[in-house]
Design a protein around this ligand. Structure first.
Ligand SMILES: [Cu+2]
Length: 342
């Protein structure tokens, strides 16, 4: 008995805590489409709110009319027989046909306009080809000769044209504050565009269920001031010549990376080296990323090491194998090499 009430009390406390947490969390969600930060998201959110207000208005009107009729025409005590029956009223029928038509037309015009404007990137937009893999994103800048992964740098205030596709199953590209979802379908290219008005980091997420680690398939959009973006492009292009000035430990790490001892080169590319694998993310600038493994881990020494040692501990189903067979020393060397890639 005592046990039972204590458990119930604990459960009620937990429920209260959860409800409070949810409410507090909702106002500060990093991935909310209700806080648009660029023209595409603004158009979409505007349309959403416009139709929502109309729907709420209709909902209130219909509910009020229903309640009025239910109370006004309810059966009174002592009332017998069938109430007065009315059939047909041309004026009423015309009114309730025409008003919905007008409402639908007023929704249709902005919807069609938004569908075209959000699907057609402005002239001169920077092109990024984004490819979905289970469970990460590759980002290629064909005009700039840059390939990276999981963190998309873009110039703030500029439109970016996205060519979206997939390497395996259907994924979906979604950065709630910048634009709605667009599917990434194997064998076809969907065009979309985004623009971030202000420099900031925006969270993105795969929005189409794609297997075990679908929930662990995130990414960052880092919108930089134009000058900073140009500087990054210049610096990143220079990295295509391969890593320089490696410490002895990092140089040893590179050896392991590029030989069958570590075997990383079988799946990963580092520009300017013999590692040209195309199964996993391009690691040329992995040392610059703030997160690892598609936005799920902070990029620091401990996490890098833990990830390389046993990726499946963080990402169920990942194709990257465990490297628990490597010695602590070898793992440290590899991590030092990875951290020097920036
Ligand atoms: Cu997914």
């Amino acid at each position: 008995m005592g046990m039972w009430t204590r458990q119930r009390g604990a459960r009620r406390g937990l429920a209260l805590l959860l409800a409070g947490g949810l409410l507090a969390g909702c106002s500060t969600l990093p991935q909310t489409p209700l806080d648009p930060k660029g023209p595409v998201a603004q158009t979409q959110t505007g349309l959403l709110l416009y139709t929502l207000y109309i729907a709420v208005g209709i909902g209130i009107f219909v509910t009020a009319a229903l309640l009025y009729v239910v109370f006004r025409f309810r059966a009174r005590p002592g009332q017998t027989g069938v109430p007065l029956q009315i059939r047909g009223n041309h004026l009423l029928e015309i009114v309730w046909t025409v008003i919905p038509i007008l409402i639908l037309v007023s929704v249709a015009f902005p919807t069609v306009e938004a569908a075209f404007s959000t699907a057609t990137p402005p002239e001169g937009a920077l092109t990024v080809r984004a490819v979905g893999y289970r469970w990460w994103f590759a980002f290629e800048y064909p005009e700039l000769g840059i390939v990276t992964a999981n963190e998309l740098r873009i110039p703030a205030g500029q439109p970016v044209r996205l060519e979206l596709t997939s390497n395996d199953v259907i994924h979906s590209f979604w950065v709630p504050k910048l634009a709605g979802k667009t599917d990434m379908v194997p064998g076809r290219v969907n065009i979309a565009w985004i623009q971030a008005d202000e420099p900031d980091v925006y969270l993105g997420q795969c929005a189409e269920f794609c297997g075990d680690s679908h929930a662990n398939m995130r990414f960052l959009v880092k919108a930089l001031p134009q000058a900073e973006f140009d500087e990054w492009v210049r610096q990143r292009q220079a990295m295509a010549e391969g890593p320089r000035d490696l410490s002895p430990a990092a140089a040893r790490g590179r050896e392991l990376f590029e030989s069958t001892a570590g075997n990383c080169f079988a799946c990963h590319a580092v520009d300017g080296t013999k590692a040209q694998g195309a199964v996993g993310p391009n690691l040329t600038d992995v040392g610059q990323r703030s997160t690892l493994a598609a936005g799920i881990l902070e990029n620091d020494y401990e996490n890098l090491k833990a990830w390389v040692k046993d990726p499946a501990a963080f990402k169920p189903g990942t194709t990257m194998p465990s490297h628990a067979r490597l010695s602590e020393q070898d793992l440290d060397a590899i991590v030092q090499y990875l951290q020097s890639l920036k």
